[in-house]
Design a protein around this ligand. Structure first.
Ligand code: FMN
Length: 252
């Protein structure tokens, strides 16, 4: 497979994964691709932590559920969160194609979202969000049933001269992550980025404690990894902004 074919063909796999554990050789090839990514000063700041123990995966699924429920119950930033989420929602394939970005969200209707985004009272927003997104104590099935979770960690002691809030380390991590995803795509391993595994600081903290991750490592990605049980839906949500819209020449 050519690099361009892999880049253009790659899909996040959102379906159910087979129970089968990830083959060690596949895992090695994926991490090997990640380590060959470029990094600032060749600092190679990323390390990887794979979790394939069922009990640990279950505990991580519970942590992700609990931290998100706590966020819904107590965050003072819910209106901003709703607005930033709402901005990227698309309601049909045509809507998605017209925008060239965002996600086709089919879990809740456009009307439900518009009502939510129109609310101003903090308590009403919270109540509605808990009803829409709250777990009711049930951990995410996607995480709970994954045969394997892969965390990418940034070793903050491998910091390079950087005047911009770790921008160089984070862009280096992005390069390693995309190498990893494309290698997985080529060898037939499904990858599904799961931001609920690491986006909330409370989740990162609790996962770090559970897995004994030293304090100077920062979790920058968490994903499900495994083998597909069905074909990837090639027509689903695969749109991008056109080159002419994102390419600037000799000035903005
Ligand atoms: C940093 C990051 C976080 C993401 N988080 C999630 C996620 O939590 N759940 C999910 O289904 N997809 C997640 N994705 C996948 C994106 O939704 C996907 O890449 C985007 O919608 C484009 O999809 P496509 O490549 O299938 O066209 C994430 C991707 C990235 C790079």
């Amino acid at each position: 497979m050519s690099a361009i074919a892999a880049i253009r063909g790659f899909r996040m796999y959102r379906g159910r994964l087979d129970d089968r554990k990830l083959d060690d050789e596949h895992l090695r090839q994926i991490i090997d691709a990640a380590r060959w990514a470029p990094s600032g000063h060749n600092s190679q700041p990323c390390e990887f932590l794979v979790v394939d123990d069922r009990a640990l995966i279950g505990e991580i699924a519970v942590i992700a559920m609990r931290c998100f429920d706590e966020f819904l119950a107590s965050s003072p930033h819910l209106p901003q969160w709703v607005a930033s989420f709402h901005r990227w929602l698309r309601w049909s394939r045509e809507d998605l194609e017209r925008h060239g970005d965002g996600i086709w969200f089919q879990q809740w209707t456009r009307t439900q979202w518009e009502e939510l985004a129109g609310l101003h009272d903090e308590a009403a927003i919270r109540e509605r969000l808990v009803a829409m997104f709250g777990s009711g104590g049930v951990p995410s099935k996607l995480i709970d049933t994954a045969p394997c979770l892969l965390f990418t960690l940034l070793d903050t002691t491998r910091r390079v001269p950087d005047f911009s809030n770790d921008m160089l380390a984070l862009t280096s991590a992005g390069a390693a992550l995309q190498n990893l995803r494309l290698a997985a795509w080529e060898i037939g391993v499904a990858v599904h980025e799961q931001s609920p595994l690491y986006d909330l600081p409370a989740t990162r903290q609790a996962v770090g404690v559970l897995l004994g991750i030293p304090g100077h490592y920062r979790i920058v990605s968490g994903m499900r990894l495994g083998y597909r049980t069905k074909a990837v839906r090639s027509s689903f949500t695969h749109v991008r902004r056109p080159v002419a819209q994102i390419l600037h020449r000799n000035g903005f």
